[in-house]
Design a protein around this ligand. Structure first.
Ligand code: UDP
Ligand code: MG
Length: 327
């Protein structure tokens, strides 16, 4: 299988037939074998029936139905898990992404990139609730993660299978796929893509998503930087605060013992103790984190590194021998 198209959907019944027609038009011409993997994220309409009907003209269609709504990220991860193609392309089911862009993304991957992200340079959404927050979020994510892209929210992306199988995501983190991918050392490119207004069905998100994105950003940043060394994250403020507390206490002790300064009415004493205790707490958090890191990597035999290629080593890289790795 050359190409897997992964499409999460929730209640997009009116969009599915036209989407499949566009996919067929875009994919039949490029001379590659492909599958179109639809992930039904707990839809309550007749979308799956529509897909089963269209399957008669397009046998490449496959459908995975969730038991309930688990969210777009979970649906996307399921798609990446089930995908069999060497290149995996993700897109929305609401027809805002244009399947005609898919060959462009694939060509870019074939130039040697591990991941290619769509950039909706002429985005067709409302300004205040979508484009403005998204613009700010894109700036922020670019600054904070080490990948700089114009558009993290665009679901239209292509990636190599090895990478797709290695992306672990939770919550609503699919927009951080590029950040996670760069964490495993992927080469990432960006391509301008078409974007269209939603003509049927309803958007599944409101403005509150913006705040969740900011919270997710904190998680992603933390995981990327300190996942394998949590004590470095917690220990620094721990040492600083605890150190200041310790010095203050030493000073107060000397003052009390050798210069007879009374301590009863000194707020500094409480402050010093507080700093010392908070500092110790930070260090203990860090140590618990270190134990968790070991549990995470060692219980699943996950390596703490990612190999691009090897020379003279039988059977490629060890990561591939380990089926757990893909989960
Ligand atoms: N979606 C999903 N599960 C959800 C919410 C959304 O699978 O819980 C799908 C939805 O059907 C669409 C895509 O994710 O294919 C993007 O959703 P939407 O168009 O509502 O987001 P927007 O474009 O407004 O940001
Ligand atoms: Mg949409």
């Amino acid at each position: 299988m050359d190409i897997s198209i992964v499409i999460p959907f929730l209640n997009e019944e009116p969009n599915l037939t036209p989407l499949c027609e566009e996919l067929k038009a875009a994919l039949d011409g490029i001379g590659k074998s492909y599958e179109v993997l639809f992930i039904d994220d707990g839809s309550t309409d007749k979308g799956v029936q529509v897909l089963e009907d269209f399957r008669k003209q397009m046998p490449q269609i496959k459908v995975v139905s969730f038991r309930r709504n688990f969210g777009q990220t979970a649906a996307m991860v399921a798609g990446l898990d089930y995908a069999q193609g060497d290149i995996v392309v993700t897109l929305d089911a609401d027809r805002q992404n244009d399947p005609a862009d898919i060959p462009k993304l694939i060509a870019k991957i074939e130039e040697g990139y591990d991941m290619v992200c769509g950039w909706r340079y002429d985005r067709q959404d409302t300004y205040l609730s979508r484009k403005l927050p998204s613009m700010l979020a894109n700036r922020l994510i670019s600054k904070i993660t080490d990948v700089s892209l114009h558009d993290y929210g665009c679901t239209l992306k292509a990636m190599r299978k090895e990478l797709a199988k290695r992306v672990t995501l939770y919550g609503e983190m699919h927009r951080f796929i590029p950040a996670v991918a760069s964490g495993v050392g992927a080469k990432i490119a960006e391509v301008k893509v078409n974007h269209r207004a939603r003509t049927a069905g309803e958007s599944k998100y409101g403005i509150s998503r913006t705040f969740r994105v900011v919270l997710d950003l904190i998680t992603v940043k933390f995981l990327l930087r300190f996942h394998a060394r949590p004590l470095h994250f917690f220990g620094m403020p721990g040492l600083a605060l605890g150190g200041i507390g310790g010095v203050l206490l030493a000073y107060l002790t000397v003052a009390r013992l050798f210069f007879d300064v009374p301590l009863g009415d000194r707020p500094l004493l409480i402050f010093a103790f507080m700093l010392l205790i908070i500092g110790l707490q930070f260090i203990l958090f860090g140590l618990i984190g270190e134990m968790q890191t070991r549990t995470y990597y060692e219980s699943q035999n996950k390596p703490i590194y990612h190999v691009r290629s090897t020379v003279g080593i039988e059977g490629g890289d060890i990561e591939d021998d380990n089926p757990q790795q893909s989960a």
